[in-house]
Design a protein around this ligand. Structure first.
Ligand SMILES: Cc1cc2nc3c(=O)[nH]c(=O)nc-3n(C[C@H](O)[C@H](O)[C@H](O)COP(=O)(O)OP(=O)(O)OC[C@H]3O[C@@H](n4cnc5c(N)ncnc54)[C@H](O)[C@@H]3O)c2cc1C
Length: 397
């Protein structure tokens, strides 16, 4: 692939910025085409498993981020109505020693700002905002991306890192359509309480039939990010739609007051409709490929959608650097990523069903959580958290 032409990246989210950084390390020029007028991040918290932290280190952003993240001691799983502790799945020093990198919890804005800062500093990435990629067509030696306004930009390759509702995916797999799963994630960030379960340095997971809540400290423990996942028919496509605080309070009625009372005062709830997408027939078409949620959107029950987008970014950058030509690079990338991301998607889906079980299945689930040591349960995720990116190499043409 001719190294003089830039790689075009549609979308400046977690995956798109990580790819721009990984390519800049291979001395490759990129143009990030972001549809929004400026780079801002909505959302609340994000959990970054050791597989993601390894990549942030490689991309040179871990140091900038370290000051803002938390390193929770465990995932504290509770029976939601009684608040009783069912299991403590070790994170902290235990997981860090196991995989050579910690488990972090961060505010999404901090992660995005760290990636963006590194992109700006690297000097090889051009950022174009207000550019909504609407279509793309092959040219004699590359690809031409067209903005919704009609503007065009040429490049060697177009990577669709444009999220769940990807326009680039429509060029590759026009029939693929995310399917609403009948639930929403409603999120807020609250000031950290002084005591009680939400003050603990843990990822808290509270389970009731059909509704679960996740919380963890962000911004050096000053705040707590909270997500409620519950059945709801609303099917919007935006990230950042205000949610009715009264409905959130109703959802919390089945939970122990140690959780519900703390969240009663929260006013600023935002919601996001959850969608599933069946595996695509292919991720590539000529000089166009996909990455992150555009290729394999994840339900949030395993907290790995952003992290797998980071993994995609370094694998794609390495394939482009190593392979003899673009076609083999993209084929190699897809074959390295498809199996793993499908497995993560499936496990995430399964986790959601387990979280929302009602009796009698929930009793069996809770018995397993009580009886099996947390370290043994976590060891079952070694394949997930133990993944490491290949070592970076120089760019071949
Ligand atoms: C409730 C919830 C909790 C989550 N928690 C976690 C977690 O703890 N850990 C984790 O790893 N993941 C988590 N995720 C998943 C994670 O948020 C996503 O998987 C991740 O953001 C995907 O990154 P991306 O770069 O592929 O897409 P996005 O982050 O969606 O970025 C896409 C970008 O493309 C831009 N764009 C869209 N269309 C166009 C276009 N046509 N042209 C140009 N630009 C365009 C958008 O404006 C955006 O900037 C969670 C998700 C949800 C819903």
């Amino acid at each position: 692939m001719a190294a003089d032409r830039p790689v075009l990246i549609a979308g400046g989210g977690i995956g798109g910025l990580a790819l721009a950084l990984a390519l800049s390390q291979a001395r490759r020029r990129t143009i990030v085409l972001e549809r929004r007028a400026k780079f801002e991040t909505e959302g609340a918290g994000i959990q970054i498993g050791p597989n993601g932290v390894h990549i942030l280190r490689r991309l040179g952003v871990a140091d900038a981020l370290r000051a803002t993240v938390g390193e929770p001691e465990c995932i504290a799983v509770r029976e939601g109505a009684s608040g009783k502790l069912l299991a403590e799945l070790p994170l902290g020093a235990w997981l860090s020693a196991r995989h050579g990198a910690p488990y972090w919890v961060a505010h999404r804005a901090d992660l995005h700002a760290a990636l963006l800062g590194a992109v700006v500093d690297c000097g090889r990435v051009e950022l174009r905002t207000g550019f909504e990629v609407a279509s793309a067509a092959p040219t004699q030696s590359g690809v031409l991306a067209t903005c919704a306004t009609g503007k065009t930009v040429p490049g060697a390759l177009l990577v669709g890192a444009d999220g769940l509702w990807s326009s680039v995916r429509r060029l590759i797999a026009p029939a693929a359509q995310p399917v609403f799963v009948g639930a929403t994630a409603t999120r807020t960030v609250i000031p950290a309480p002084y005591d009680g379960p939400l003050a603990a340095p843990v990822v808290g997971l509270w389970l009731t039939p059909g509704v679960h809540v996740v919380h963890y400290p962000v911004r050096q423990g000053r705040d707590v990010a909270v997500v409620i996942i519950a059945a709801e028919p609303w099917q919007g496509t935006d990230w950042n739609v205000p949610a009715d605080a009264d409905i959130s309070r109703t959802r919390l009625e089945g939970f122990h007051p140690a959780l519900a009372d703390v969240l009663t005062g929260a006013r600023d709830w935002r919601k996001w409709a959850l969608h599933h997408l069946a595996p695509l027939p292919t991720w590539n078409d000529g000089r166009i490929t996909l990455l992150g949620d555009a290729a394999h959107p994840m339900l949030p029950y395993l907290a790995q959608g952003g992290v797998t987008a980071l993994e995609d970014a370094v694998v794609l950058a390495d394939a482009l650097a190593r392979a003899a030509d673009l076609t083999s690079a993209l084929a190699q990338y897809e074959s390295l990523r498809r199996w793993r991301t499908t497995r993560v998607q499936q496990l995430s889906w399964r986790n959601g069903r387990i979280y929302h079980m009602g009796p009698p299945l929930a009793w069996a689930r809770d018995a397993v959580l009580r009886l099996v040591p947390g370290a043994r349960l976590m060891a079952g995720f070694d394949w997930l958290y133990g993944w490491q990116s290949p070592a970076p190499r120089g760019l071949s043409d």
